[in-house]
Design a protein around this ligand. Sequence first.
Ligand SMILES: Cc1cc2nc3c(=O)[nH]c(=O)nc-3n(C[C@H](O)[C@H](O)[C@H](O)COP(=O)(O)O)c2cc1C
Length: 329
Amino acid sequence: MDVVDARVQRILRAAASAPSVFNTQPWQAQVAGRTLTLRADPARQLHHSDPHGREMLISCGAFLFNARTAARRESLTPVVRVLPDPADELLVATMRLEPGPIPNTDELELSVAIARRTTSRVPFDDQPLFTDVLMAIRDAARDEGADLRPIQPSEPARAEVLGLVRRAESLAAEDPAARGEELAWTATDADRADGVPAVLLGPEPENDGAPVRRFLSSPGSAQFEQHSTMALLATAGDSPRDWVTAGQALERVLLIATTYFVHASFATTVLENPTTRHDLRRVLSLDAAPQMLMRLGYSAMLPHTPRLPAEEQAGVDGAPPVSPGVRSG
Ligand SMILES: Cc1cc2nc3c(=O)[nH]c(=O)nc-3n(C[C@H](O)[C@H](O)[C@H](O)COP(=O)(O)O)c2cc1C
């Protein structure tokens, strides 16, 4: 393996640490020379809950942001071109790696955060984010062309938002196909390298005002905080290209949050149901497309969710990627 290959391998490993819906890791990377081609993997799409691939492309956007950040850590400049390509529907982006300057302190800090970031579904400290931290996180979304709309505990619309979250979750729980998808990808066996293991699903919330997702297989239950900051990530449009933008913005938000020791978890069933998604937009008087609903706050460090070995989802110089979904070795 030459020096460039070693750098590319590190970039691919960092990219695959990205968050993805139910840890489906719905991406495939192909490397030819100095160009990485990123495609969505429809075999890992939630065809019932995510029929248009919105969450799949948000996940791929997060992968792309990590790849860009890790490239800068290697003193490479990523030259990125994002879809669409009518001739190649699954194409998400190409990223050419050019020689670049050594990373500055901000770039280094962001790249270190990649390995530290985890979703946290345990109760947070019962307090909102400090204003300066929230501003830095909002700037992160803006830097990637998206908007992060805070929903603070004092805001009257918050109760309505949480009502919609619960409504969407109840509807999904009554829908056999939605239930089947959730059960296939959560509380997964120890030998799986994708999906979310039971131990990381977090307890079921006992209180109504908990800003956290209810899973079908949560182990145990607990009182959750009521006063953490919630936030909605939104994009101007709602096309596949906007979903990739949302994914890149999501990961920049999460990495900046990580540099402030802030964790996030998500409640996205409300965005999978077209009616509750529409209602959410109305309740918040949002003049943009809602893409991710999260809570942000302080919790203990948690173990990482497993990942497929990077080499199984990446092909180099024409060798096709394979993605068997089971931990190797
Ligand atoms: C589009 C998208 C939707 C998600 N929806 C939820 C959700 O509703 N609830 C949740 O707890 N996590 C959600 N997640 C987080 C994933 O479950 C998480 O990223 C994955 O399990 C990998 O774990 P990690 O983030 O700790 O690396 C979502 C992530 C993405 C990218």
